[in-house]
Design a protein around this ligand. Structure first.
Ligand code: DC
Length: 226
């Protein structure tokens, strides 16, 4: 069974997907982490972001980015080194939408993301999981949340206990700029699949949003077994 969770930046997709996978005993695939690992690797190789449009499969292979299956998800490796700790760095975040807008990059990753799903039950999260990567996913969820709430959560996640209004506004602007890039790009833009269940998490606790998806997944599994 594949559960696809898509939505804008900061809607809580990855943390929710990880918790849902844990509750169901599925593997978690954070597709954004792959785009981030490629971004990190390209920056480390001194490739300037304005040259990334020229990336081709051979150059992408040379970055030696791979997702190695771990107990409950995938560990992102770059030339054999675990780079998980670098994926949320500001420089990676600021440039990842550019990497994700390159057609050759998306093609290259598509095969790898699909290969990761073979033979396992999966909860995958990203922007185009239900529309492009796994259009036949048994359950599709589109998570949304109010932009101010998304910004606030993001800051709390980064260790700020009580972010003030100025910081929330700046973070909101960063999230919305990324959403615009992700939604307006020509290939595989951020879009809700017509058959996705939309969940607005603004007024929900984390546990409540996880519960809702777990319940939807159990209902769907029961439906499929009939
Ligand atoms: O979910 P995230 O913030 O880790 O994603 C990082 C970037 O990768 C995001 O700006 C959009 C891009 N992305 C994408 O284009 N398609 C996906 N399936 C996942 C992420």
């Amino acid at each position: 069974m594949i559960i696809a969770i898509d939505g804008p930046a900061g809607a809580g997709k990855s943390s929710t997907a990880r918790a849902v996978a844990k509750r169901l005993g599925f593997r978690h695939l954070d597709s954004g982490a792959f785009y981030r690992a490629l971004t990190y690797a390209a920056l480390r190789h001194g490739m300037q972001p304005d040259t990334w449009d020229g990336l081709d499969p051979a150059r992408l292979d040379a970055l030696r980015v791979e997702g190695q299956p771990s107990a409950d998800g995938f560990r992102l490796l770059c030339a054999g080194m675990d780079v998980s700790g670098h994926l949320r760095e500001a420089e990676v975040t600021a440039n990842v939408s550019r990497m994700a807008g390159v057609a050759a990059v998306r093609d290259w990753l598509l095969d790898r993301l699909r290969a990761a799903s073979r033979g396992v039950d999966l909860v995958a999260d990203g922007r185009d999981i239900g529309t492009v990567v796994f259009p036949d996913a048994e359950l599709k969820v589109f998570l949304v949340a109010d932009p101010v709430e998304r910004a606030r959560r993001r800051l709390v996640e980064h260790g700020r206990t009580q972010p003030d209004a100025v910081d929330v506004r700046a973070e909101r602007e960063r999230l919305e700029a990324r959403d615009r890039l992700d939604s307006e790009r020509a290939i595989a833009p951020l879009r809700r699949a017509p058959d996705a269940v939309e969940i607005d998490t603004t007024g929900l606790t984390f546990e409540e949003q996880v519960d809702r998806i777990v319940r939807l997944a159990r209902d769907r599994a029961e439906e499929l077994s009939r």
